[in-house]
Design a protein around this ligand. Structure first.
Ligand code: PGA
Length: 252
């Protein structure tokens, strides 16, 4: 049985006190959803420690949104994987389209970040996905395949067992435009095939999350698809009720 995951990517939102409130709300409502669903929140670096405290005693887990490609040293403004691990993070989002698009993140950088993430016992949530032009040109399969081949294929079999993939079509992120459940299933199944071509049967165990305007009203339909194992949630993760509501999609 693959893990079911609902992960909240808070992006550059919430001040520390607001983040703590949001985390407390998630903890308070978490019981409304089966323990079989794993909830993860990924706040900004600045309030990881405070949110970690707010999550104590609950099963809601903590993740970061990014980490440095280097272990430590003279890299002004960067945050090392060891630092976020020390704060209680278990996960790190890597290769989000906003980082690829606005911060020039490439497969080369992502390979180095992956190394740091595994060296510190963290689990990467590795994002892939095409933009609108690529989708309209029918290149979405090729784009996802390349993003996986250039980074995930460099992992060892052991590392691969500790990986989460998030498929996020760029045209659906923050736009209110969701991929249909059929579109999600089609590409999730394809991604799993690509993973299996390298890692064999272990690909059947890799959680593949859908991301892009996922909300309580569409989660159930998307999560019902065989190869969709949950969601990476942006906007709707900023309200505890909506975030938990998305988790309820597994119970519909
Ligand atoms: P969204 O963002 O849910 O606001 O579309 C998803 C993401 O970028 O992870």
């Amino acid at each position: 049985m693959r893990k079911k995951i609902v992960a909240g990517n808070w992006k550059m939102n919430t001040l520390p006190a607001e983040g703590v409130e949001l985390a407390k709300g998630v903890v308070a409502q978490r019981g409304e959803v089966c323990e079989c669903v794993n909830f993860i929140v990924c706040p900004p670096f600045t309030h990881l420690a405070q949110v970690a405290e707010a999550l104590q005693g609950s099963t809601v887990e903590l993740g970061a949104q990014n980490c440095a490609a280097e272990a430590k040293g003279a890299y002004t403004g960067e945050v090392a994987a060891s630092m976020i691990a020390a704060l209680g993070c278990k996960y790190v989002i890597l290769g989000h389209s906003e980082r690829r698009q606005y911060y020039g993140e490439t497969s080369e950088t992502l390979n180095k970040k992956m190394e740091q993430v595994y060296a510190n016992g963290l689990t990467p949530i590795y994002c892939v996905g095409e933009n609108l032009d690529e989708r309209e040109a029918g290149n979405h399969f090729a784009v996802c395949k390349q993003q996986i081949e250039e980074v995930v294929f460099n992992l060892t079999e052991e590392q691969f067992k500790n990986l989460v993939i998030a498929y996020e079509p760029v045209w659906a992120i923050g736009t209110g435009k969701t991929a249909t459940a059929e579109q999600a299933q089609e590409i999730h199944a394809y991604i799993r095939e690509v993973l299996a071509s390298k890692f064999g049967a272990a690909a059947a165990e890799c959680p593949i999350l859908y991301g892009g305007s996922c909300k309580p009203s569409n989660a159930a339909e998307i999560f019902a698809k065989e190869d969709v194992d949950g969601g990476l949630i942006g906007g709707a993760a900023l309200k505890a009720e909506d975030f938990i509501g998305i988790g309820k999609g597994f119970m519909a």
